[in-house]
Design a binder for this molecule. Structure first.
Ligand SMILES: [Zn+2]
Length: 295
C-alpha cells in the first residue's frame, strides 16, 4: 500500500515567530492527536505513516525536552497548551501575570504550575459563545449537551470540503454557538490540509481544537447522493460532523468520535438519518440513534 504523505503542519496556531522548539512540540502533539482521532474513528489507512512521523519528531527533540515530553505524554496526550485569557487551557487555572508575560516573550519552555503542561502563546481563536441555561431548565443528557436541531443540515449543498466547512462555520456563528465564522473556517481548513478527516463508512469530521469559553459543540450535515470529499479511492461521504473542541475536552472528543463511528458504521442507521428531510426530524433521529453510543 502506498502511503499518502502527511503534510507538514503550518504554524497556524502559534503566534508570531515562536521559538522553534515550542513549534516543534506543537506539531508533534498535533500529529499524536490526529493519530488518536484516526484510531477513534476506526480508520487505519494512515496509522503507519503517522507512527513514523511521530517517532521521527520525538527523536528530534533535545534530550531534556524529550524526557519531559514523554513523561507528560504518559499522563495525557495534551502536553502543550495555549494560554487564553491568562488561563492554562489544559487545566483551566488562572496563571500569574508574570508567567503569562514570560510565555508571551517566548523565553524558554514555561510550564503550568498546576498541571505541568508546557504553555505557549497562541493566535486569537474564535470563541465558543455560551448561552446561560435557565435555572429551571432540566439538565441536558447525551448529545443534547453539544448540539441542537438548529445545527442540523438535512441536505448540505457543497462540492468540496472547503465549502462544507464554510457552510458549517457560518451556521455556527449565525446560531450564536461560535464567534468569527471566517477565522473558524480558516482553522478547520488548515487542520484538513494536514490530513483529511474523511474516514470510512461515508463519514467525515472536520474540526477545530482550541475553541475555548464553553463546551464542545458540533453541527451535522448530510448528503443523500453523497459528496466526493476524500481521496479518489474513498467512497462518497454521506455524513459530516463539524466539531469545535475546547482544549480541555480533547479526551471527550475522542469518545464522541468513537460513539458516532459506532452508530454510523451500521448501514441501517445511515439510512434512517438520510431519510430525514427536516432539521428537527434529523435531530430527533440522531438523538435516538446515539442514545446507547454517546453517554
Ligand atoms: Zn495547567
Amino acid at each position: 500500500m502506498k502511503l499518502q504523505p502527511i503534510n507538514k503542519i503550518k504554524d497556524y496556531k502559534v503566534e508570531g515567530n515562536m521559538d522553534s522548539l515550542i513549534n516543534h512540540i506543537v506539531q508533534l502533539q498535533e500529529l499524536t492527536l490526529i493519530r488518536d482521532e484516526q484510531k477513534a474513528a476506526s480508520h487505519s489507512e494512515h496509522l503507519e505513516q503517522l507512527n513514523k512521523s511521530i517517532a521521527t519528531m520525538t527523536a528530534e527533540l533535545p534530550e531534556e525536552e524529550q524526557a519531559a515530553y514523554k513523561k507528560l505524554f504518559k499522563k495525557d496526550h495534551i502536553v502543550i497548551v495555549p494560554v487564553t485569557d491568562d488561563n492554562c487551557t489544559g487545566c483551566g487555572m488562572k496563571l500569574p501575570i508574570s508567567l503569562v508575560q514570560v510565555v508571551r516573550q517566548k523565553k524558554g519552555v514555561q510550564r503550568c504550575p498546576n498541571c505541568a503542561r508546557i504553555l505557549y502563546s497562541a493566535v486569537a481563536s474564535p470563541k465558543r459563545v455560551v448561552k446561560r441555561a435557565k435555572r429551571s431548565a432540566p439538565r441536558k443528557v447525551g448529545i443534547n449537551r453539544f448540539s441542537s436541531s438548529s445545527l442540523m443540515i438535512p441536505e448540505i449543498e457543497a462540492d468540496n470540503m472547503d465549502d462544507c466547512i464554510k457552510i458549517f462555520a457560518e451556521l455556527m456563528e449565525a446560531e450564536t454557538f461560535v464567534s468569527d465564522a471566517d477565522k473558524l473556517a480558516d482553522l478547520a481548513m488548515a487542520r484538513e490540509s494536514v490530513l483529511s478527516t474523511v474516514v470510512d463508512h461515508g463519514m467525515a469530521f472536520p474540526h477545530v481544537r482550541g475553541i475555548e469559553g464553553g463546551a464542545l459543540a458540533f453541527a451535522m450535515g448530510k448528503s443523500t447522493a453523497g459528496l466526493s470529499l476524500g481521496a479518489k479511492n474513498q467512497g462518497l461521504t454521506h455524513i459530516i460532523f463539524f466539531i469545535v473542541i475546547p482544549t480541555a475536552a480533547s479526551a471527550f472528543y475522542l469518545k464522541l468520535l468513537a460513539g458516532l463511528t459506532e452508530t454510523f458504521r451500521d448501514p441501517e442507521a445511515v439510512e434512517k438519518i438520510i431519510a430525514e428531510t427536516t432539521p428537527a426530524g434529523m435531530w430527533k433521529t440522531l438523538v435516538k440513534l446515539t442514545r446507547s453510543t454517546i453517554k
